[in-house]
Design a protein around this ligand. Structure first.
Ligand code: BEZ
Ligand code: FE
Length: 293
Protein backbone atom coordinates (compact mmCIF):
# COMPACT_ATOMS: atom_id res chain seq x y z
CA UNK A 1 0.00 0.00 0.00
CA UNK A 2 1.41 3.38 -0.91
CA UNK A 3 1.10 6.26 1.49
CA UNK A 4 1.29 9.92 0.55
CA UNK A 5 4.24 11.49 2.32
CA UNK A 6 3.37 14.82 3.89
CA UNK A 7 5.71 17.76 3.55
CA UNK A 8 6.30 19.64 6.79
CA UNK A 9 8.29 22.83 6.97
CA UNK A 10 8.27 26.51 7.70
CA UNK A 11 5.72 27.09 4.93
CA UNK A 12 2.95 25.06 6.64
CA UNK A 13 3.81 25.58 10.32
CA UNK A 14 1.90 25.94 12.58
CA UNK A 15 -1.12 25.17 10.34
CA UNK A 16 -0.22 21.48 9.81
CA UNK A 17 0.33 20.97 13.54
CA UNK A 18 -2.87 22.82 14.44
CA UNK A 19 -4.85 20.71 11.97
CA UNK A 20 -3.58 17.47 13.53
CA UNK A 21 -4.21 18.51 17.16
CA UNK A 22 -7.48 20.21 16.24
CA UNK A 23 -8.81 17.08 14.60
CA UNK A 24 -7.69 14.55 17.22
CA UNK A 25 -8.12 16.28 20.61
CA UNK A 26 -11.51 15.27 22.01
CA UNK A 27 -11.81 17.34 25.18
CA UNK A 28 -12.84 20.91 24.13
CA UNK A 29 -10.86 22.74 26.82
CA UNK A 30 -7.71 20.65 26.19
CA UNK A 31 -8.15 21.36 22.47
CA UNK A 32 -8.51 25.10 23.06
CA UNK A 33 -5.41 25.18 25.27
CA UNK A 34 -3.29 23.06 22.92
CA UNK A 35 -4.19 25.07 19.81
CA UNK A 36 -3.36 28.33 21.53
CA UNK A 37 -0.12 26.93 22.96
CA UNK A 38 1.01 25.68 19.54
CA UNK A 39 0.08 28.96 17.85
CA UNK A 40 2.02 31.07 20.37
CA UNK A 41 4.98 28.71 20.62
CA UNK A 42 5.45 28.58 16.85
CA UNK A 43 5.07 32.32 16.64
CA UNK A 44 7.74 32.74 19.35
CA UNK A 45 10.14 30.40 17.51
CA UNK A 46 9.54 32.14 14.17
CA UNK A 47 10.14 35.45 15.89
CA UNK A 48 13.44 34.65 17.64
CA UNK A 49 14.71 32.06 15.10
CA UNK A 50 16.81 30.17 17.67
CA UNK A 51 19.99 28.39 16.60
CA UNK A 52 20.01 24.70 17.45
CA UNK A 53 22.45 25.44 20.29
CA UNK A 54 20.06 28.05 21.71
CA UNK A 55 17.10 25.67 21.51
CA UNK A 56 19.08 22.97 23.28
CA UNK A 57 20.09 25.54 25.92
CA UNK A 58 16.39 26.24 26.50
CA UNK A 59 15.71 22.51 26.92
CA UNK A 60 18.69 22.15 29.27
CA UNK A 61 17.38 25.11 31.29
CA UNK A 62 13.90 23.56 31.70
CA UNK A 63 15.50 20.22 32.60
CA UNK A 64 17.53 21.97 35.31
CA UNK A 65 14.36 23.65 36.61
CA UNK A 66 12.78 20.19 36.98
CA UNK A 67 15.87 18.72 38.65
CA UNK A 68 15.89 21.55 41.21
CA UNK A 69 12.38 20.62 42.42
CA UNK A 70 11.84 18.46 45.50
CA UNK A 71 9.38 18.28 48.42
CA UNK A 72 10.27 21.76 49.68
CA UNK A 73 11.66 23.50 46.58
CA UNK A 74 9.43 24.26 43.59
CA UNK A 75 11.58 25.84 40.92
CA UNK A 76 8.76 25.78 38.33
CA UNK A 77 6.60 27.98 40.59
CA UNK A 78 9.58 30.29 40.98
CA UNK A 79 9.97 30.43 37.19
CA UNK A 80 6.28 31.23 36.73
CA UNK A 81 6.56 33.87 39.51
CA UNK A 82 9.64 35.62 38.12
CA UNK A 83 8.14 35.77 34.62
CA UNK A 84 5.06 37.51 36.04
CA UNK A 85 2.82 34.60 35.02
CA UNK A 86 1.70 33.61 38.55
CA UNK A 87 0.62 37.19 39.17
CA UNK A 88 -1.25 37.27 35.85
CA UNK A 89 -3.05 33.97 36.53
CA UNK A 90 -3.94 35.31 39.96
CA UNK A 91 -5.41 38.55 38.53
CA UNK A 92 -7.40 36.67 35.89
CA UNK A 93 -8.97 34.42 38.51
CA UNK A 94 -9.60 36.90 41.32
CA UNK A 95 -11.22 40.10 40.13
CA UNK A 96 -12.52 41.62 43.36
CA UNK A 97 -14.11 44.55 41.47
CA UNK A 98 -12.84 47.16 43.88
CA UNK A 99 -14.89 45.73 46.77
CA UNK A 100 -13.02 42.75 48.21
CA UNK A 101 -9.39 42.76 49.34
CA UNK A 102 -7.11 42.02 46.41
CA UNK A 103 -5.47 38.65 46.03
CA UNK A 104 -1.80 38.16 45.31
CA UNK A 105 0.50 35.17 44.75
CA UNK A 106 0.69 32.25 47.17
CA UNK A 107 4.43 31.74 46.65
CA UNK A 108 6.26 28.47 47.21
CA UNK A 109 6.70 28.68 51.00
CA UNK A 110 3.22 27.94 52.28
CA UNK A 111 3.10 24.77 54.40
CA UNK A 112 -0.34 23.62 55.56
CA UNK A 113 -0.65 22.68 59.22
CA UNK A 114 0.34 25.87 61.07
CA UNK A 115 -0.49 25.73 64.80
CA UNK A 116 -3.89 27.05 65.84
CA UNK A 117 -3.45 30.03 68.16
CA UNK A 118 -5.49 32.24 70.47
CA UNK A 119 -6.02 35.82 69.33
CA UNK A 120 -3.19 37.97 70.70
CA UNK A 121 -0.58 35.17 70.55
CA UNK A 122 2.89 35.61 69.16
CA UNK A 123 3.87 33.65 66.05
CA UNK A 124 7.56 34.20 66.92
CA UNK A 125 8.97 30.99 68.35
CA UNK A 126 12.57 32.03 67.81
CA UNK A 127 13.31 35.74 67.57
CA UNK A 128 16.03 37.06 65.26
CA UNK A 129 18.47 39.69 66.45
CA UNK A 130 17.32 42.49 64.16
CA UNK A 131 13.63 41.58 64.42
CA UNK A 132 11.43 44.49 65.54
CA UNK A 133 8.33 43.47 67.46
CA UNK A 134 5.18 44.28 65.52
CA UNK A 135 1.49 43.75 66.16
CA UNK A 136 -0.79 42.95 63.23
CA UNK A 137 -4.35 43.92 63.90
CA UNK A 138 -7.63 44.43 62.05
CA UNK A 139 -11.06 43.11 61.18
CA UNK A 140 -12.28 40.64 58.59
CA UNK A 141 -15.45 41.96 56.93
CA UNK A 142 -17.96 40.49 54.52
CA UNK A 143 -18.79 42.32 51.29
CA UNK A 144 -21.59 44.25 53.05
CA UNK A 145 -19.19 45.67 55.62
CA UNK A 146 -20.28 43.38 58.47
CA UNK A 147 -17.64 41.74 60.71
CA UNK A 148 -17.19 38.10 59.73
CA UNK A 149 -17.17 35.50 62.50
CA UNK A 150 -15.44 32.14 61.98
CA UNK A 151 -12.95 33.41 59.39
CA UNK A 152 -9.67 31.48 59.58
CA UNK A 153 -6.48 33.47 59.00
CA UNK A 154 -3.52 31.28 58.09
CA UNK A 155 -0.45 33.49 58.46
CA UNK A 156 3.22 32.99 57.55
CA UNK A 157 6.27 35.13 56.97
CA UNK A 158 10.04 34.98 56.67
CA UNK A 159 12.37 35.96 59.50
CA UNK A 160 14.08 39.34 59.48
CA UNK A 161 17.07 37.40 58.10
CA UNK A 162 14.98 36.49 55.07
CA UNK A 163 14.27 32.78 55.60
CA UNK A 164 11.06 30.80 56.00
CA UNK A 165 11.08 28.08 58.67
CA UNK A 166 11.61 25.21 56.21
CA UNK A 167 14.61 26.97 54.66
CA UNK A 168 16.58 27.31 57.89
CA UNK A 169 17.46 24.22 59.90
CA UNK A 170 18.11 26.38 62.98
CA UNK A 171 14.50 27.52 63.05
CA UNK A 172 11.76 25.52 64.77
CA UNK A 173 9.09 24.11 62.45
CA UNK A 174 6.35 26.66 61.81
CA UNK A 175 8.33 29.53 63.30
CA UNK A 176 6.55 32.73 62.21
CA UNK A 177 3.40 30.84 61.23
CA UNK A 178 0.01 30.62 62.91
CA UNK A 179 -3.70 30.09 62.41
CA UNK A 180 -6.30 32.38 64.00
CA UNK A 181 -10.11 32.20 63.94
CA UNK A 182 -12.20 35.34 64.29
CA UNK A 183 -14.99 35.65 66.87
CA UNK A 184 -18.28 37.54 66.50
CA UNK A 185 -16.44 40.90 66.18
CA UNK A 186 -14.44 39.65 63.14
CA UNK A 187 -11.26 41.00 64.75
CA UNK A 188 -7.80 39.50 64.57
CA UNK A 189 -4.62 40.42 66.44
CA UNK A 190 -1.25 38.72 66.78
CA UNK A 191 2.36 39.54 67.62
CA UNK A 192 5.16 39.07 65.12
CA UNK A 193 8.32 40.73 63.78
CA UNK A 194 8.19 43.46 61.16
CA UNK A 195 8.78 41.58 57.89
CA UNK A 196 11.93 42.55 56.02
CA UNK A 197 12.72 42.38 52.31
CA UNK A 198 14.33 39.10 51.27
CA UNK A 199 15.74 37.47 48.14
CA UNK A 200 13.96 34.55 46.52
CA UNK A 201 16.27 31.52 46.23
CA UNK A 202 18.94 32.18 43.59
CA UNK A 203 20.96 28.96 43.82
CA UNK A 204 19.11 27.37 40.88
CA UNK A 205 18.39 28.00 37.20
CA UNK A 206 15.87 30.76 37.98
CA UNK A 207 18.65 32.64 39.81
CA UNK A 208 20.84 32.22 36.71
CA UNK A 209 18.02 33.60 34.56
CA UNK A 210 17.57 36.67 36.80
CA UNK A 211 21.31 37.24 36.71
CA UNK A 212 21.47 36.95 32.91
CA UNK A 213 18.66 39.49 32.67
CA UNK A 214 20.16 41.96 35.16
CA UNK A 215 17.26 41.59 37.61
CA UNK A 216 17.61 41.59 41.41
CA UNK A 217 15.99 38.72 43.33
CA UNK A 218 14.37 40.83 46.08
CA UNK A 219 10.78 40.85 47.33
CA UNK A 220 9.59 43.73 49.52
CA UNK A 221 8.82 42.68 53.10
CA UNK A 222 5.38 41.14 53.53
CA UNK A 223 3.13 39.07 55.73
CA UNK A 224 1.32 36.21 53.96
CA UNK A 225 -2.34 35.39 54.60
CA UNK A 226 -4.80 32.79 53.44
CA UNK A 227 -8.22 33.77 54.79
CA UNK A 228 -11.13 31.37 54.49
CA UNK A 229 -14.72 31.41 55.71
CA UNK A 230 -17.63 29.16 54.72
CA UNK A 231 -19.50 30.65 51.76
CA UNK A 232 -16.69 33.08 50.85
CA UNK A 233 -13.95 33.09 48.24
CA UNK A 234 -10.58 32.02 49.63
CA UNK A 235 -8.44 35.14 49.93
CA UNK A 236 -4.71 34.61 49.32
CA UNK A 237 -2.93 37.86 49.98
CA UNK A 238 -0.08 39.81 51.59
CA UNK A 239 0.31 42.89 53.75
CA UNK A 240 3.35 44.62 52.27
CA UNK A 241 5.63 46.71 54.50
CA UNK A 242 5.32 50.46 53.86
CA UNK A 243 8.53 52.27 52.94
CA UNK A 244 10.25 49.11 51.68
CA UNK A 245 12.79 49.95 48.97
CA UNK A 246 11.58 47.08 46.75
CA UNK A 247 7.90 48.08 46.62
CA UNK A 248 8.43 49.34 43.07
CA UNK A 249 10.44 46.37 41.79
CA UNK A 250 9.11 43.16 43.37
CA UNK A 251 11.00 40.40 41.58
CA UNK A 252 7.77 38.35 41.25
CA UNK A 253 5.53 41.25 40.11
CA UNK A 254 3.05 40.70 42.95
CA UNK A 255 2.75 44.10 44.68
CA UNK A 256 -0.51 46.07 44.74
CA UNK A 257 -0.82 49.51 46.30
CA UNK A 258 -4.01 48.50 48.15
CA UNK A 259 -2.02 45.86 50.06
CA UNK A 260 0.56 48.14 51.67
CA UNK A 261 0.25 48.34 55.45
CA UNK A 262 1.70 51.10 57.57
CA UNK A 263 3.79 50.01 60.57
CA UNK A 264 3.44 52.79 63.16
CA UNK A 265 5.29 53.09 66.45
CA UNK A 266 2.81 52.91 69.33
CA UNK A 267 3.03 53.66 73.04
CA UNK A 268 -0.10 51.77 74.02
CA UNK A 269 1.00 50.45 77.43
CA UNK A 270 -2.30 48.66 78.08
CA UNK A 271 -2.11 46.73 74.80
CA UNK A 272 1.59 46.00 75.34
CA UNK A 273 0.86 44.49 78.74
CA UNK A 274 -2.13 42.52 77.37
CA UNK A 275 0.08 41.08 74.62
CA UNK A 276 3.07 40.60 76.92
CA UNK A 277 5.40 42.77 74.85
CA UNK A 278 7.46 45.87 75.55
CA UNK A 279 6.28 49.36 74.70
CA UNK A 280 6.81 51.18 72.39
CA UNK A 281 6.15 48.67 69.62
CA UNK A 282 5.17 48.72 65.95
CA UNK A 283 1.57 48.15 64.94
CA UNK A 284 0.04 47.60 61.53
CA UNK A 285 -3.73 47.99 61.21
CA UNK A 286 -5.16 46.25 58.18
CA UNK A 287 -8.73 45.12 57.45
CA UNK A 288 -9.75 42.42 54.98
CA UNK A 289 -12.97 42.09 53.00
CA UNK A 290 -14.03 38.67 51.71
CA UNK A 291 -16.32 38.18 48.71
CA UNK A 292 -19.06 35.55 48.60
CA UNK A 293 -18.16 32.47 46.57
C1 BEZ B 1 6.96 34.47 48.71
O1 BEZ B 1 6.50 35.54 48.95
O2 BEZ B 1 7.06 33.67 49.62
C2 BEZ B 1 7.42 34.17 47.33
C3 BEZ B 1 6.57 34.39 46.28
C4 BEZ B 1 7.00 34.10 45.01
C5 BEZ B 1 8.28 33.60 44.82
C6 BEZ B 1 9.12 33.39 45.89
C7 BEZ B 1 8.69 33.69 47.15
FE1 FE C 1 6.97 35.54 51.01
Amino acid sequence: MSVNVKDFGIENMPEAVLEEYGAKTKDPRTREIMLSLITHLHSFVKDVKPTEEEWFKAITFLTAVGHKCDDVRQEFILLSDTLGVSSLVDSINHDRSGVGTENTVLGPFYVPGSPEMEMGSSIVQKATEEGETAVANGTVYDNNGNPLAGAVLDVWQSSSEGFYHMQDENMPDFNLCGRFTTGEDGKYIFVTEKPAAYPIPTDGPVGDMLNACGRHPMRPGHLHFIITAPGYDRLVTHIFTNGDEYLDSDTVFATKSSLVGEYKETNDEALASELNIESPFLKVDFDFTLMPS
